[in-house]
Design a binder for this molecule. Structure first.
Ligand SMILES: [Zn+2]
Length: 456
């Protein structure tokens, strides 16, 4: 069997060489990429499209492999004001490999289409800064790949090389959020626990620092083992009862937006929206995470509770390690969905928060009436707020300034620009400091060991 795989690999290599020679653009490269191959593929894309890409590492895995990110932008390496930042993360579970291949393929596709003058892709790259992390768990991948597609066990290679499931490794901010909901506390950017750096794996640490360094607005985390678009919260609000698994819908204040984001993916996908996949049924191909099964310390809830970023979790294949021959069909089934989802970042409202001298104010809080989840402006004073069509009262507030409210009507098209010009408050208003020791509250779920090892 190993020999056969070698032959297959060689065949694939030859095929891509032939295509490469024959084509003016990048080779069709639909095969599994081990670490070295993946790095080579990403460097190739950068070499083919040097003016719109940048390759950087956010850190290293336990075994020292770089976690490479390929960035697409008309000005790589620079945050341009009012240009939102997007991220795709693949292969967080090392044995769920389709996301990794799709993101390599997507990178090649974006580069090729940009060069070919595809107006839609050119516009996307001009208006968006796109960050692609094809593998968050390169160590786990190597373990899974050494077994190959046919022999891959359900869990082999899922965790990192210290046997930690990375999607159960983020600081748990849900318990704090659910407590704050009751006492009307802070509803965004919840504080991290003390010494959190020591409590997470190197891969998780790298991703959290990445989130701290970029003001991401929208994201998706690519998994396998089911076919469904899963949206927050993953963690149930209700504690488990006597070992029974509670499957209670756990809505975020942005539930309607998350549903729309998930549907954007499922309906643009070849078959996700049909509902029946892998022997499971999900209406319209979407599910609330906790409604499916409750999960603690996952990445998507963390994005929403700690940053401005809205993230969903995409389950993309029944088979966690699809055969090489299936990759072409998977790419065709996901291509439009990957692009359409990306384009969702341009909906809602965006704008600048200025002081009296027209300097941008970072960390300004943007609140929308009727949605109990605020977001903040980035370091340069620009903010991005995903919203469904409708009329909203939006307020910008900064300590020391008079808050400013404006009425805005959001349509179905491009984001509406709404700027705020704040005036200094006549005298110092007292800054309400939220209780810092709140992290010691008892989390009713924390005692139950995580039994769930589903796709997510
Ligand atoms: Zn997974």
């Amino acid at each position: 069997r190993k020999g056969a795989r070698m032959l297959e690999k060689l065949g694939g290599l030859l095929l891509s060489c032939v295509v490469y020679l024959g084509a003016t653009v990048l080779a069709v490269d639909l095969q599994h990429h081990g670490y070295e191959d993946m790095v080579r593929a990403l460097f190739n894309v950068h070499n083919e499209c040097p003016y719109i890409t940048r390759l950087y590492s956010i850190g290293r895995s336990v075994e020292g492999r770089h976690l490479y990110v390929l960035e697409f932008s008309d000005n790589p390496g620079i945050h341009e004001l009012l240009e939102p930042e997007f991220k795709y993360v693949g292969n967080m579970h090392g044995n769920e490999v389709l996301g990794r291949e799709l993101l390599i393929q997507l990178s090649q596709f974006l580069c090729e289409e940009y060069r070919a003058g595809n107006a839609r892709i050119m516009r996307l790259i001009h208006d968006t800064r796109i960050h692609i992390l094809p593998s968050m768990n390169p160590d786990g991948y190597e373990v899974a790949a050494s077994q190959g597609p046919e022999d891959n066990g359900y869990l082999t290679g899922r965790s990192n090389s210290r046997d930690v499931d990375l999607n159960r490794n983020f600081p748990d901010l849900n318990a704090l959020m659910y407590y704050y909901e009751k006492i009307n506390g802070k509803n965004h950017h919840l504080p991290l626990p003390d010494n959190w750096e020591e409590q997470v794996e190197p891969e998780t640490l790298a991703v959290i620092q990445w989130m701290q360094n970029y003001n991401f607005v929208l994201s998706a985390n690519l998994h396998g083992g089911a076919v469904v678009a899963n949206y927050p919260f993953d963690k149930s609000r209700e504690p488990r009862v006597r070992g029974f698994r509670k499957t209670a819908y756990s809505a975020t204040p942005d539930d309607k937006i998350f549903k729309k984001l998930a549907k954007t993916y499922s309906y643009a996908h070849g078959w996700m929206h049909k509902g029946w996949n892998c022997g499971d049924f999900f209406d319209e191909g979407i599910t609330n995470g906790a409604h499916w099964y409750s999960l603690s310390k996952g990445m998507q809830d963390f994005n929403y509770l700690y940053t401005n970023c809205f993230e969903i979790t995409l389950e993309l294949s029944c088979d966690k390690f699809p055969a090489t021959e299936a990759l072409q069909q998977e790419w065709l089934g996901n291509r439009e969905a990957l692009i359409s989802y990306l384009e969702q970042i341009h909906h809602g409202i965006k704008g600048m928060v200025y002081d009296e001298n027209y300097n941008g104010i970072g960390d300004a809080v943007i609140s929308v009436s009727g949605i109990n989840h605020d977001i903040t402006s980035g370091a340069g004073g620009d903010y991005f707020r995903l919203l469904l069509p409708g009329t909203y009262t939006v307020t910008a507030s900064v300590p020391g300034y008079l808050p400013s409210s404006r009425l805005v009507t959001v349509g179905p098209a491009e984001a509406i620009e709404l700027h705020f010009y704040l005036k200094l408050a006549p005298k110092d208003t007292t800054d309400v400091n939220l209780n810092r020791n709140i992290h010691n509250i008892k989390d009713p779920l924390s005692k139950v060991p995580p039994r769930n090892l589903g796709p997510r």
